[in-house]
Design a protein. Structure first.
Length: 517
């Protein structure tokens, strides 16, 4: 599931993980953007010297974060180092690593006595907030995403920088090293006496190297929807249980009642679950799964007890949706099993199980489920790969009945939760060839964020979250980079072309529609 964990205690971004995700944090990427103009031209015949900064937690990932606990960054670092040095001998590369904003500032202090013409920030993990520090120098900075490693921070940082119009900042979000090489080649503009708009130069390269649209025709999928009035009636009769809610206000819930539940109450319900019933549920999951890897039967039974405990709380509080601050609860030991499999089953049952105590996305799931007569929403941390013109919706939870509880079941695997390799979670192999709609409703903005994409595959890459639905966006993929700083990372995806029904729902709410692509 993602990752937005981490501490946010440095001065660049004093928000909690959840505040960052729900509200977006431009501070780390924007507050420091007050440096001087672009660096002067390099003198004739002198190699352009670039500082290549790999942003990592350690040479081997020491904690739960993207890509995952125990991930060895060294092969990826060496691959990038060699690719740039071999393809671009006209540059001199100085290699460094940083793991925090403090370390980034210390590196800049060490560079004060050296000639550094520009910076390449290779974002390999999440929530370090270093890019703005380098951009504040006024020298050209290229942010490069290590796909399934630094993607969330790359998206939020790029959006914030684009909004501020920083001409010395550019980015590349691609799994192709060739795309990175060609973006770095834009530093050659320094030979011409400066970089009037480094961002535009890299953007031209990025756009030229992004493939054109593929076949966007989709399989027939008539979606039965209710009227906006009926949808809102159902939503307002719903109730969300927010377990371990970390916020100070009930952010993002449009007239849907919320009950705040402690970790202790959920743990007691978990402990009270009938062991025989938990074993029966766990056995059903194991028999239905296309595969079980790295997860013991005991862990699956604990997940089943968590599912039964959540069902008990839903009945007790007359609720139909539950969202759990799962990462904080599990890492602190206040809950003893991940709720991933339980969320998966609740969504299959026609209820709502939602990750990370994200109330805005939970409310969005309630709305889309009501609107479509039962199709479950899928919360994800999207990743954008321009080399394939794809957006990948990644999380460790999804329903394997994307057409509703009575629809066909897709294959799924039971694996550990990706980031810490503990507990149990789900990799769903979701159907290809269908149109999907991705949406967030935000009552504070009085807006609905929306884009569509054609599902074209599932990525089994072991990095980051387990379920990875690969899709080709409908529209302008470049525009898809622009809203992450204001809307945060999470999105809710549902199967079906819901452009018109969702627009009608937004109109009934009095919300504007923000077309994301």
């Amino acid at each position: 599931m993602k990752s937005k964990r981490g501490d946010f205690n440095h001065t660049a971004c004093p928000l909690s993980r959840r505040q960052f995700i729900l509200t977006g944090c431009a501070a780390g990427a924007g507050a420091l953007l007050t440096g001087p103009g672009l660096s002067a031209a390099t003198s004739s015949g002198r190699k352009i010297r670039l500082r290549l900064v790999h942003v990592i937690d350690g040479l081997v990932q020491p904690k739960a974060n993207w890509p995952n606990l125990g991930f060895d960054f060294r092969p990826g670092m060496e691959k990038v180092n060699h690719a740039l040095e071999n393809a671009l001998p006209q540059f001199e590369f100085l290699h460094s690593t940083v793991a925090s904003a403090v370390q980034a500032q210390a590196l800049l202090l060490r560079d004060l006595g050296r000639r550094i013409d520009g910076y390449i920030i290779h974002q390999m993990t999440l929530w370090k907030f270093t890019t703005g520090i380098f951009a504040a120098t006024g020298k050209p900075v290229l942010l490069a995403d290590f796909i399934y490693g630094g993607s969330g921070e790359t998206l939020v940082t790029a959006a914030a920088m684009l909004r501020k119009g920083r001409k010395n900042f550019a980015f590349v979000s691609s799994s192709s090293l060739d795309d990175l090489v060609e973006a770095v080649r834009c530093f050659e503009l320094l030979k011409e006496g400066g970089v009037p708009d480094f961002a535009a130069a890299v953007a031209r390269v990025r756009q030229a190297r992004t493939p054109g649209p593929g076949d966007l025709s989709c399989a027939a999928d008539p979606v039965e929807t209710v009227s906006p009035e009926e949808c809102l009636k159902q939503a307002r009769s719903s109730r969300i249980l927010a377990v371990g809610y970390p916020g100070v206000s009930l952010y993002g819930v449009p007239n849907i009642p919320v009950s705040l539940i402690s970790f202790g109450e959920l743990h007691r319900a978990f402990k009270k679950a009938d062991p025989d019933q938990a074993r029966e549920v766990a056995s059903g999951w194991e028999k239905s799964a296309a595969g079980v890897e790295g997860v013991s039967s005991e862990s699956i039974q604990s997940s089943a007890a968590m599912y039964l405990g959540m069902k008990d709380l839903l009945q007790k509080h007359h609720a139909n949706a539950i969202t759990v601050n799962c990462l904080t609860g599990f890492y602190s030991g206040r809950i003893k099993a991940y709720p991933c499999l339980g969320f998966h089953q609740l969504c299959n049952d026609g209820l709502v199980g939602a990750c990370e105590c994200d109330l805005r996305s939970t409310a969005t799931m309630i709305l889309v489920t009501a609107l479509t007569r039962g199709r479950p929403g899928f919360i994800s941390d999207p990743v954008i790969d321009t080399s394939k013109r794809t957006v990948i919706y990644a999380h460790c939870v999804a329903s394997n009945r994307p057409f509703g509880p009575k629809g066909p079941a897709s294959p799924f695997h039971i694996l550990t939760h990706s980031e810490d390799r503990k507990g149990a979670s789900v990799r769903c192999i979701l159907p290809q060839g269908y149109m999907t709609s991705t949406v967030e409703f935000d009552p504070d903005k009085k807006a609905m964020l929306f884009h569509r994409a054609k599902a074209i595959g599932n990525d089994p890459d072991d990095r980051a979250c387990r379920t990875k639905l690969v899709a080709e966006p409908i529209g302008d993929i470049e525009k898809l980079f622009t809203a992450w700083d204001q809307w945060g990372w999470h999105r809710v995806t549902v199967y079906g072309d819901l452009k018109e029904p969702l627009a009608g729902l937004a109109d009934a709410l009095g919300y504007k529609v923000a077309n994301e692509a």
